[in-house]
Write a protein that binds this ligand. Structure first.
Ligand code: ATP
Length: 371
């Protein structure tokens, strides 16, 4: 028996997770997968009602679950960033979900590339370090030089700006990787490649420019490559962006640091057919992981039955995979494939189905496949 937390959140998050839960329900009808799900009232409505984002009690309860199934948050009535930082980023950091897992699959005919490539890329984006640590600030020349790092940064810039005067203002953002952080990320990446029966993994960086952080990352990944007996391919992020468009079928497991991962996975989302098709997992391999569609709350279409629920359904698939029910995950993926092949899809993909109708079709495929 698995214990799930359900956080539908805001906007279309509610509609698409309703479909996702229906699919999980169908799976439990026909398999040994048994679960219970506790609904958590977390999102804009509660925030606007009570000022609460997520409480210690919520964290305690969520921490006892096997996995969290999440819809989306975001509301035009709330200042941008409040819900995202206060809920989503807070949960990722509290549960130390240090890997963002994003499959990029060729969902034909929605792949916007001229050539027909079949691809199945597993992006692993490091989720806690690099340039997204929030280690930044501003300082003025000479006035606030009490901290060594500021002095050093200033000196570095002065090499370039020889004309700088004493009232110049500088802004900086630090990117940092820790040996431990890279090691645990690399271990998970190589274990993923082993699980996927791959002989090669790709590491994306910019080690020719940011030599310190990505140099260390390469060194650690090289050591792990020998340990796991898997070939390591290193790609600069600019070359990787091009390669994803001209030869996506040549990639399997791809490990990428936080900032570049943010950008490349959005490129990946479009390659596979758009926001309505992209699912993701925020993974702590030994803790509580969270699964969600990559799209947001889409207030423009919320409550109209227009949302494509496939991203949320594929997030449910990833959750089942993570909980050790890969065969059931595959069943969901196959059911989605058959629906698309039969021309059954929502308006964002050029189809006619509503959110619920799409869910009902996937459900029918799952139940039918068992018979
Ligand atoms: P948020 O502020 O919560 O991120 P947003 O509207 O800014 O919401 P998204 O929800 O990620 O950003 O998506 C942008 C647009 O893409 C939406 O306004 C919507 O029109 C479309 N869209 C997103 N997800 C879906 C979906 N599942 N099905 C159909 N259209 C979608």
């Amino acid at each position: 028996m698995k214990h799930l937390a359900l956080i539908p959140g805001d906007g279309i998050g509610k509609e698409v997770t309703e479909v996702g839960m229906d699919i999980i329900d169908a799976i439990s009808e026909i398999s040994s997968f048994k679960y219970d799900a506790e609904l958590f009232d977390i999102g804009s409505e509660r925030y606007l009602r009570s000022g609460e984002l997520i409480t210690e009690e919520d964290f305690d309860d969520l921490g006892k679950k096997d996995a969290i199934y999440f819809g989306a948050i975001g509301d035009p009535r709330v200042r941008p960033g409040v819900l995202e930082k206060g809920i989503l980023l807070n949960m990722r950091s509290r549960f130390d979900q240090y890997i963002n897992l994003r499959p990029v699959t060729s969902w034909h005919p929605f792949v916007p590339l001229k050539k027909h490539f079949d691809f199945d890329i597993c992006f692993l984006r490091e989720n806690t370090e690099d340039f997204y640590m929030g280690a930044g600030g501003t300082f003025s020349n000479g006035k606030d030089a009490t901290v060594n790092i500021k002095r050093r940064l200033y000196d570095l810039r002065v090499d370039i700006h020889t004309e700088s005067s004493s009232d110049d203002v500088f802004a900086f953002e630090l990117g940092m990787l820790s040996r431990k952080g890279v090691e645990r990320f690399a271990d998970h990446a190589f274990m993923t490649a082993v699980k996927r029966n791959e002989k090669k993994i790709t590491l994306v960086d910019k080690a020719n420019v940011c030599t310190s952080i990505y140099g260390m990352q390469r060194e650690i990944f090289s050591g792990k490559a020998e340990e796991y007996g898997i070939e390591l391919e290193c790609m600069y992020v600019d070359a990787m962006a091009m390669a994803m468009v001209v030869r996506p079928h040549t990639f399997g497991t791809v490990a990428v640091p936080n900032l570049f991962g943010d950008i490349l996975t959005d490129l990946g989302a479009q390659l596979q057919g758009g926001l309505g098709m992209g699912a993701s997992g925020n993974i702590n391999p030994t803790g509580v992981s969270m699964f969600e569609p990559i799209h947001g709350s889409a207030p423009d279409i919320a409550g109209q039955g227009k949302a494509n629920p496939i991203a949320a359904v594929l997030a449910a698939k990833m959750m089942l995979d993570h909980l050790g029910h890969e065969d059931m995950g595959t069943m969901i993926q196959d059911a989605v494939r058959r629906c698309l092949d039969d021309g059954k899809y929502t308006a964002d993909l050029g189809g006619k189905l509503t959110t619920r109708q799409m869910g009902a079709e996937i459900r029918k495929e799952i139940l039918g496949a068992k018979r």
